[in-house]
Ligand binder design. Sequence first.
Ligand SMILES: [Fe+2]
Ligand SMILES: [Fe+2]
Length: 261
Amino acid sequence: MTSKVRQAGRDRSDEPSVERGGAKAKSPRQFLKEIEQMKDDALAGFSEGKFGELRFGDKELRPEDRPQVIALLKAMVYPERIAADILSSRIPLIPDFDFKLRVAEQASEELQHLNILRGMLAEWGQDPDEMWENPLPELVKVFEYVGGLETLAEFFTANFIGESLLLNANLKVMRAVAPEAFSVYLDVSIPDEAKHIQLNREAIMHYATTAEAQDRARLVAGRLLDSFIEGYKAKLRFMAEMAANRANGENAPKAFSPGRI
Ligand SMILES: [Fe+2]
Ligand SMILES: [Fe+2]
């Protein structure tokens, strides 16, 4: 079951491989298509508003005066930072140089996104590390799961799902709904995330080549979809909570929930 097909010099991405014992793997391209479909089905749910919608408050106000904008940026500090840590710790386990290099680049780019977020928050008089120290538990769960995945096929599948949903259900929506609030961050992160997704696609086709690897990766894709949705809902709840605090006249940025974790 574990025999690895070396792909040097030849593109086998359309060929199915047959395992010992008769279990049949899909061709890498067919398998990727299946995972893409799972992601597209979830994205359809996002565009229908099934999991709630991102709203960023009164457009008359400056972004730094809108609690929803601040809340979302703060909540995103943890994912950008922990993603870089998790990617870095995976680098030694990646045998193929091209993927190793691109994962290292990705780790560096996630830190650049973090740097932009921290800069925006600091400029607005906010504590940029407040939610690194006190992250939303639903987001912690997502990354604990990804960090603990055993195989590269699972790891890249999880990243593919997470980053595809992040790009399409979060970043592009932020750009569509409130470009004025986020352009500094989105101008850098949107093209980078598209590149990361492409890296994950290629890595899935490279590593998820056996029936066993594909079974495991398929399960991971389903779990990641569910936990991404939980993380997304948690962000919406937190944004609403910050807006309610502000409406009640509290000093929203500092006022939230020491008891949250
Ligand atoms: Fe990022
Ligand atoms: Fe990314």
